[in-house]
Design a protein around this ligand. Sequence first.
Ligand SMILES: C[S@@+](CC[C@H](N)C(=O)[O-])C[C@H]1O[C@@H](n2cnc3c(N)ncnc32)[C@H](O)[C@@H]1O
Length: 273
Amino acid sequence: MNNPNLYSTANAMQKYDAKLLIDNYFNNIKWLPNGGDISLDIGCGDGGVTYEFLLNNMPNNAEKIIGTDISEQMIMYANEYYQHRKLKFEYLDISSKTLSEQFIGKFDHVFSLNCLHWVHDQRQAFQNIYDLLKSNGDMLVSYVASSPVFSIYETLSKLDKWKSYMLDYTKYICPYHNNLNTEEDLTKLLESIGFEVVICKCEKRQFVYKDLESWINFIKTVNPFLNRIPESNRNEYIDQFLEECKKHGVVVPNNVNVTKPYDELIVYAQKKI
Ligand SMILES: C[S@@+](CC[C@H](N)C(=O)[O-])C[C@H]1O[C@@H](n2cnc3c(N)ncnc32)[C@H](O)[C@@H]1O
């Protein structure tokens, strides 16, 4: 995901999820009694959600938030468009086996919105989050567990026309996609790392894209395979993707109000040592 300009115009669903997280779960965060909190946002993308939803809802006496992303293009864009004395953006790959020393044990709160489904090695990602937190720090994350988009990747990856571009498609499907025990499995994983899990739940949601163009822009911005396909074939790929939508529960009536069902995972957990 390397196109911040397109992302910033096609992220209505991510902003909807961000609002639900703030409205329903942000009050769990254990802000420091005397302020000075240092927070981290993992997978900040274009920086809009870090700024609008996280920075704007932190207590006034919190010290700063660092937005991070694996994409240098996203970080450059975020640093240019979202400037504030309590905010900066830096590179971080949360799946890395070697975390940058400068970040270890430095954060009171770790947030991540609609990013962790991109990380296949969930244990490594959550171990890293644990290591990034200070003692008594907490984490609030939300990401897509199941989605018709993942099922469509699977279907298209089997077709002769597209399979050579999608050989690694499983990397881009959340490991909990279609898992019937996600809450139990993830809770066990987090506890085995050392987290005290307060909330781990999967919410059934649906988001309505206002028209077909918004839906197609969303597909383009999150689809990791499109850039590998020769430009002359991309429209055909999108058309086939749209065909599959109907078979996988995405409702596309008369090309307006495209409704996508999905399961969103919400986790709030603490590092109690
Ligand atoms: C859907 S965007 C979400 C952006 C933002 N949090 C929001 O809610 O609008 C997911 C972001 O996660 C980033 N990402 C994917 N894998 C990552 C990783 N291993 N470490 C850090 N960021 C990652 C992508 O580059 C992308 O910018």
